[in-house]
Every structure is written in C-alpha cells, then in structure tokens.
Design a protein around this ligand. Structure first.
Ligand code: MV4
Length: 514
C-alpha cells in the first residue's frame, strides 16, 4: 500500500536536519524546517522549502515542544514528521501524538519505542526471542539486600543499571561485595532524579568489550533486514568520537550471526523503519544485546558508504508504505571501508570545554572518497544551547588502510577558525598504533587520555622535554588567536606533545560513570 509523502516536517536542527532535507529534495518531497530563535539563520532553516520559528533557544522551549510541533505539522499540511536523532526521536508520547493526529511519525510504532526504552522490558523480550543478553536479572531490585543476593548469584564484577537508563546514567560498576550497598543507593537515586524511575537491576560486568551495532531496516509487511555492523568503541565518556564500517574484528560468519540476532531483536517489537541494535562484543567473540536505538543515528553514513543504501531515503520510502527493495532481502556484504569522525566545538587542550563563537573561516575537505555532513557555514554563530557537534567527516576507501590515509589527508585539508574544535584529537588517533591496528575497546580512548599515552609512533622520551619551550609558545598562540592551531603541518609535532600535557591535566578530574 502506497501513500506517497508530499510534505514532511523536520523536527530537528543542525547536520541531521540538513541530511533529511537533502533526502526529501531528492524524493521531490516538500520540506518544512522548524527552528528556534538561535537557529533563525541556521543552514537547515535556509535549505528547507518552508521554515517556522517554534520558540526561544532553549530546546525545552522549542525543539522539545511535542504538542506544538505536531500541531504545526497538521496546520501546514505535512503528511509526516522526521524526528532526526535526539530531541523527540525516541519519545513514545510524541510518536503516539503523531499517530493520533494522523501525521505519520517517521520511525517505529510508539509501542516499539516504549518497549525498547525500558532496559528490563527489552531484556525480557530479547530473552524470549532468543537474542543473547548479558547474564543477569530481568526484575527491578527491591533493595540493597536483594542486589547483594543477585550479585552473588551472578558473580563479581557486576554492573548495576537503571532500567530507564541510557548513556551511562544510573550505572555503577561493582567489583566486590563491600561496594554494593553504596553503589545500589547511588544508582537508584541517580535513576530516580534523571528518569523519574528509580528501578535498578544487575548484570555481569563484561570486561574490555567492543561496542558493535547492527543497522536494520524493517518495512510495513514485516520484513526486516540487516545492513551490517558499525564499530563504535572509540568514545570519550559515552560520547562517540570515531565510527567505522565494517568492524576490523567482525568476519562474514560473525556478521551473519549478529545480523540474525539484530533482525530477531527488531522482529520482537514488530520494528518498522531504520533502527540500530547495540551489542557488547567480548574479546572471546561472544556478543550480548545492550539496547536498541529506535531512530536514525549520527553514524549512519558509514553504513551508507559500504552498502550503497541511502538510509534516510529508505526511512521515507518505508514511511510511504513501500516494501524493502528485493536487492536487500538476501543480505549484503560491505564493500570497502568507511570511517567517520565527529567534529565538535570543544577544546581538547582545555579538558574538552565547549567552545562557542562565530565560525570565521570554514574550509572542509573534498576529493576522492570524502563526504561532509555539515550543519554549519562560515559565519554561523555556535551557541551553547545545543549539542556541540558541528559536522561529520566521513571517508571511504577500498580497504581500512586507504580509508585511514584518506582521513589523514582530509583532516590536513580542514581549517576551522573562530572556535576551537577537536580536530587535533583525530590527528593524534590516526598516529596511534592501537587505533591503526584496529585494537580498540570501549574504554581505550578514556584510558589513553587519562594516561597521556595517546602518542605518536615517534619515540617520545626526549621529544617531550625538547619541545617544552615550543609547547609554551603554541599554548600562548592558541590563547591569543582563536584558530585551533593544528591544521598546519609545521606545528603538528608540537601540538601533539601539547596534547599529552593537556590530557594529563584533565585526567585528575576522573570519569563520570563508575
Ligand atoms: C555494560 C558494560 C559492561 N558490562 N554492561 C554503557 C552505556 C550503556 N548503554 C551500557 N554501557 C555499558 N554496559 C555490562 N554488563 C559497559 C558499558 C559501557 C559502554 C558500552 C558501550 C559503549 C561505551 C561504553 C562505555 C563505558 C561502559
């Protein structure tokens, strides 16, 4: 059954709003942007066919106003709303409100969103569907005593997790029984404060895992396919920094098994649209369901580049009632290798502090194998009201080595002035032997930043000492001008040593999640 979309409201901002508007234009669908007062001159506001102001800068007064946004969609005659990621994208009430007003929510049913939004409920569903879950409980723990009994059963170390949690909130690693009482109270009160639901359960702690996720697409006739995996282990304090496809450690057999598990997971909630099933992959090759993200994700482009599938266009086609194309039904193997880096307006030399300001100069890389998904332009005022991600740089190569070479080249072409960015972090990572070898786990980046051992392949003993006067000069330079100061190759080596110093300084502040 087709009910072609003619007009779609994009309930988001920045690069993902731009990405969706591009897909809409290619499909000949009229795009409607919504913007806050801070985004009056935003790129998405300018690119859309129509744009409406929905309130002041704070997202709670603009991008999170569910009833007003659904009303607006209805009034302007939009057939559907694309929620992007973040904001209202995984809000079951918002999806239901759309359903009730007869506006298509571009995503799964509100029931699927709600089921996957609860860790305890999703674990029960996965267990019933035969999807492997981390060994542990599927009931909220009544008190610290119940937690103690459950943890003994599972064996230490364990992890306490908020049922309503996500992004590491309400989560505690417990290495031994003595720590359990305090950890339980901490996790439960944090969960109550953050999610209005203090329920906590316990799982076995998986040591040194990777974060590997599977992209799926489901259509309205109940067909679900896997588009393969993304390796997302490189993250700093629960914020992803680099993603790639395929994973350097997933072979065709593991890909098939993880893909089958992800399709089962999605099937358990009658999933429709684009979704992502997250797994922990342990060093022995076992994998466990973590959660399902019921939205388009930031890192979707790496999958697009290795599969040739336009995932946002697929979301639109599915929402219009089209079946999945034949070509996808047999499953597809990735072709070549793609890597994405997220460009944030934050200063790696000063503890990754946000760096608002006007973008005075913006030169993005071009050339073979390079894609930019950018939400800003030269002249954009970057505010502190929203997520600091400005753009994504994605490269493709016939293999991982070529992709990394292209990424190095692309980063060297990139110049951003007026605000500080995390570009220097990528230049360091691209010289890190563990990253180059594809040896990563979920704590690698935090660990390297803490130890200050995110270093170049060059021996570092004497260079650090020898560079000290230059480091001081570079720091002073960075303080005076507002350029990020690492694009030029001439100061590359100095910037790296400088980085190590900054990383050591920051390490004293500790991590937030355990
Ligand atoms: C875990 C884990 C180890 N063992 N569960 C972090 C966010 C939340 N969605 C799940 N998380 C984890 N759950 C068990 N049983 C380690 C993490 C974890 C993590 C997972 C994915 C990506 C990055 C991470 C960083 C720290 C901890």
């Amino acid at each position: 059954m087709k009910n072609g979309l003619r007009k779609v409201l994009v309930a988001n901002r920045g690069e993902i709003a731009v990405r969706v508007i591009r897909a809409l234009r290619e499909r000949g669908i009229v795009s409607v942007a919504v913007y806050s007062e801070a985004d009056r001159d935003g790129l998405a506001t300018q690119m859309a066919d129509e744009a409406h102001c929905i309130g002041p800068a704070p997202s709670i007064k603009s991008y999170l106003r569910a009833p007003e946004i659904v009303d607006l969609a209805f009034r302007v005659g939009a057939d559907a709303i694309h929620p992007g990621y973040g904001f209202l994208s995984e809000n079951a009430d918002f999806a239901r409100r759309c359903e009730e007003r007869g506006v298509t929510f571009i995503g799964p049913s509100s029931e699927a969103i709600a089921a996957m939004g609860s860790k305890i409920e999703s674990r029960r569903l996965m267990r019933a569907a035969g999807v492997p879950i981390v060994p542990g409980g599927t009931e909220p723990l009544a008190d610290a005593e119940a937690a103690r009994a459950a943890a003994r059963e599972i064996g230490y170390p364990v992890m306490l997790k908020a049922s309503a949690g996500g992004g590491g909130k309400g989560m505690r690693l417990v290495r031994e029984e003595e720590e359990l009482g305090a950890a339980f109270r901490g996790a439960s009160s944090e969960a109550g404060a953050s999610f209005n639901d203090p329920s906590v359960y316990v799982e076995r702690y998986v040591e040194r895992p990777r974060h590997v996720e599977i992209q799926v697409l489901g259509d309205h006739s109940g067909r679900i396919v896997s588009l393969g995996e993304r390796e997302c282990s490189l993250q700093r304090r629960h914020q992803k920094v680099v993603e790639e496809a395929p994973s350097p450690v997933v072979d065709a057999d593991l890909r098939r098994r993880m893909g089958d598990a992800a399709v089962c997971a999605a099937g358990a909630v009658n999933y429709v649209g684009a979704g992502t099933v997250e797994f922990l992959l342990d060093p022995s090759g076992e994998f466990y369901f973590l959660e399902m993200n019921t939205r388009i994700q930031v890192e979707h482009p790496v999958t697009e580049l290795v599969t040739g599938v336009d995932i946002v266009a697929a979301q639109l086609d599915i929402a219009a009632g089209e079946p999945l194309p034949e070509a996808l039904l047999g499953g597809i193997e990735p072709r070549g290798h793609a890597v994405e880096v997220r460009l944030y307006a934050e200063d790696p030399f000063r503890g990754f502090a946000p760096s608002p300001g006007r973008i005075e100069l913006l030169r993005l890389p071009e050339g073979p194998g390079v894609r930019n998904d950018c939400g800003v332009y030269e002249g954009t005022e970057v505010t502190i009201h929203y997520d600091p991600m400005l753009a994504k740089l994605i490269v493709w190569g016939r293999d991982r080595a070529q992709a990394l070479a292209r990424l190095r080249r692309a980063l060297a072409e990139t110049r951003i002035e007026g605000i500080r960015t995390n570009l220097a972090l990528f230049e360091l990572l691209l010289e890190d032997e563990d990253f180059i070898a594809g040896n990563m786990d979920i704590s690698m980046l935090d660990r390297k930043l803490e130890n200050g051992d995110l270093q170049t392949s060059a021996p570092r003993e004497d260079t650090l000492e020898a560079d000290l006067p230059v480091v001081a000069a570079v720091l002073a330079h960075l303080g005076r001008t507002s350029s990020n100061g690492v694009a030029g190759t001439s100061i590359g080596a100095t910037a790296r040593s400088n980085w190590q110093l900054a990383a050591r300084r920051e390490s004293r502040r500790g991590t937030t999640w355990n």
